[in-house]
Design a binder for this molecule. Sequence first.
Ligand code: PLP
Length: 495
Amino acid sequence: MSKRKNSIEINKAVFRKMGYELIDTISDFLDTISEQPVTTSKSPKELQNLLGDLSLPKQGVPADQLLASTSKLLFDNSLFNGHSKFFGFITSSAAPIGALADLLAASVNPNVGGQILSPMATEIEKQTIKWLAEFIGVSPSYGGVLVSGGNMANFTAFLAARTAKAPKNIKENGLSNNSKQLISYCSKSTHTWIDKAAILFGHGSNSIRWIETDSSNKMNINSLEQTIKEDLEQGHQPFIVVGTAGDVSTGIVDNLEAIATICKTHDLWFHIDGAYGIPAAIIPELKELFKGVEDADSIALDPHKWLYSPLEAGCTLVKNPKHLIDTYSSHPEYYNFSLTEEGGSLNYFEYGLQNSRGFRALKVWLALQQIGSEGYVKLIKEDIELSKYFAELAKNHLELESITQNLSITTLRYIPEHLELKGEKRTEYLNTLNESLVNTLQAGGELFLSNAIVEEQYCMRACIVNFRTTKKDIEESVDIIVKEGRKIHLALKKS
Ligand SMILES: *Cc1c(COP(=O)(O)O)cnc(C)c1O
């Protein structure tokens, strides 16, 4: 067959050679990932110099040269969240099968916006979503869509909730013609996505009721109920309550069952933000903690967090997927046909904000099979046990204080021995010391953790969603923290 001559195709022999070389490099990288510094010590300026400031190349460069130099550039100058001592934010180590899945997905390149464009990929995404529902213990009849991450998963659900609960003519007339203000409820420790949602989708940030938390840091249910009643008396229209299943700073799970009851009483949409924590619902011993999940109208979860998928993969699950189609399809009258007709098509562009969509389901689907539900139970349990171990070591160390431990998040502080300061001075000093410690540790590259503010105390925060972390990593991390803490204390004393 004659082929069009062009600069983009790579001939088979070259492609194979490049591919094998890249895979060799990646295998070495993954094999030794924890022997490197967690992150580069170079400044943005140094990185810019390294990258160079050339303008857009006019002439092409052979592909094999590019790939070799680029992998070096990245492997030498990145932060590795797959490092066994990476505990920052909520970013997991990535299942290696995900890297190969992305290569395969990009090679087939299905557009999973429409079934006709992605015959098997659409079926795989559908199965992935069914398995994710099963994973967290809700009915497999929940439907949904994969999105880029937790923010998008929550946005997708927020808009579906609005369509379901707002007056029907809102689609034609918009929010501004709605006489009642639509009100959202969530606890004070809810992630910033809800602020973005309220602002971007035209509700305004004043439409959010940040419900206070009780002493265990869960949403105070009495305040929730009281606030809803007050809003109703004022003539507002409550429409959604967000329960958090694993809050970002300390891993608290709200009392989901109690929130579900209130939502039923007042006919409100019950959404769970489980971006981080909800995969832990698969652990038999934690069933009680997650009670009420099965009552949620929608759930956000992030395979790129505790399911160890490479970025990006989020998921919105909705109890009755018709609400997604009502929201995102321009001709929702067809949905009965699409969903019930055997072999009828399922077009994911009608389930969310995206039109053309990549095949992000593949990496999630493959990992679910490679690991299996029992494998995940073991991995997640071990992460939690390691986090508890971290807290225990902190508790037993003279110069450390364990502050909180929930799911796989531990917060702790460094407290120098014989610190004589009292009251406010002491709080202030410890906040300065611990903040400086977090910054020093992050720059140092020996381990990576982030911070949390717990009751006005600046804490170090370690979140373990990392299948490479071992007990030894935790022990060594404690030593590193104390060693650096002492140095900073000495330096602060002198200054
Ligand atoms: C991480 C997280 C988010 C945001 O998710 P992204 O994937 O970063 O967009 C929202 N809510 C919670 C509870 C999270 O843990």
